[in-house]
Design a binder for this molecule. Structure first.
Ligand SMILES: [Zn+2]
Length: 361
């Protein structure tokens, strides 16, 4: 006869400490949103930029537009290679502290055009931060150059020219973010086609639930896959309104890099319901932080919030852990090695005394 487990959380709350120990990947985070408030305040002061309020309330937003203003401040405050290095280093330090072992961070070259920071300065600084943090914290990182739909197309074209003419080993892909109502995916197709020819991987923010299904329609998922050549997507919740679209994405095996915390607090419950419904529909999901410092979260907190909100437990936590590896843009050897390491660590955590859990598939 089996003894009942002393501390089973097979279908209950997983302790935060165990979620922290679970090895994790973060594929959807914006480097501008990782800036610690104290770092942003220091850089703003150094570059003569006023803060909208004291540093301890810098990331307490009145509304969505106030959040955008703070994001814009962060873009103006990061100017030198040393600033970019520090931003990347601290982002990875904070990710590693939450048990994240690999990140793929988006940065928006267009954000730094008004202050005339050359693209080369941006990527040299970011790369220095990535390399130092990998050695100090054992967390690897790749970079995604992201375009903002909300900015003029000529600046997107300028950014793409820089991305293609100044390749870097760490910049493995491109993305697009910003409000979808600013234009359909087709608008960016020529730029994405050039990126594809240059060997860059492609992702896109699509069907985000902070926008209506009219502003961010399910058909955008199909267009991102077919017209932009994306091999994974960020968000995707509004796709649930289109059964055929869900079936196509499921059958195509596309990964959606969803985020458990949203800047719009009143949308938080809907966000969790969307994530749950996407998984129940058979879509492949990875779980990510989006703007961790600015949203007051990290991967452990995000995972705990999603498990609790969706009624999930250790099994789903481990699924997210391995899906992050599988959907990453690491090369095949690095991906295989990371997966083996994750499987080994998950097995050890699963077998640990007092952590009786179902077998992990
Ligand atoms: Zn995002």
């Amino acid at each position: 006869m089996h003894e009942p487990p002393a501390n089973s959380f097979a279908s209950g709350v997983v302790p935060a400490q165990l979620l922290k120990q679970l090895p994790k990947v973060d594929l959807h985070l914006h480097i501008a949103g990782t800036l610690r408030p104290a770092t942003l305040a220091e850089l703003a002061r150094r570059h003569g930029l006023p803060l909208p309020r004291p540093v301890d309330r810098l990331y307490a937003y009145r509304d969505f537009y106030d959040f955008i203003d703070v994001l814009r401040l962060s873009a103006r405050a990061v100017r030198t290679a040393a600033d970019f290095e520090r931003m990347a280093y601290e982002a990875i330090e904070d990710a590693a502290a939450a048990g994240t072992r690999h990140v793929e961070m988006s940065f928006n070259p267009q954000y730094y055009m008004p202050t005339q920071v050359p693209y080369r300065v941006q990527i040299d600084g970011l790369a220095a931060g990535v390399q130092a943090a990998r050695s100090d914290f054992g967390c690897s990182a790749l970079l995604i150059a992201s375009l903002d739909r909300g900015l003029p197309m000529d600046s997107a074209e300028h950014a793409m020219a820089d991305i293609i003419s100044q390749p870097h080993d760490l910049v493995v892909g491109i993305g697009v973010d910003g409000p979808e109502r600013e234009g359909p995916p087709a608008k960016l197709a020529p730029l994405f086609e050039r990126a594809g020819r240059a060997g860059l991987r492609r992702t896109a923010h699509v069907c985000e639930d902070n926008q209506t299904p009219q502003e961010a329609p399910p058909s955008n998922v199909r267009d991102c896959l077919l017209m932009l050549g994306c091999d994974r997507l960020d968000h995707g919740y509004n796709l649930l309104a289109d059964d055929d679209g869900v079936h196509r994405a499921r059958d195509g095996g596309v990964y959606f890099c969803v985020c458990g915390i949203t800047s719009v607090k009143r949308n938080q419950t809907r966000r969790l319901q969307g994530i749950r419904a996407m998984r129940e529909a058979g879509l492949r999901l990875t779980l990510n932080t989006d703007d961790p410092a600015m949203f007051h979260t990290d991967q452990t907190h995000t995972l705990g919030t999603v498990l609790e909100g969706c009624g999930w437990s250790w099994k789903e936590a481990c699924e997210f852990s391995l899906a992050g590896v599988d959907a990453s843009w690491l090369d095949a050897d690095a991906k295989r090695a990371l997966r083996q390491r994750f499987e080994h660590e998950i097995a050890a955590l699963t077998d640990a005394p007092g952590t009786s859990t179902p077998a992990i598939q």
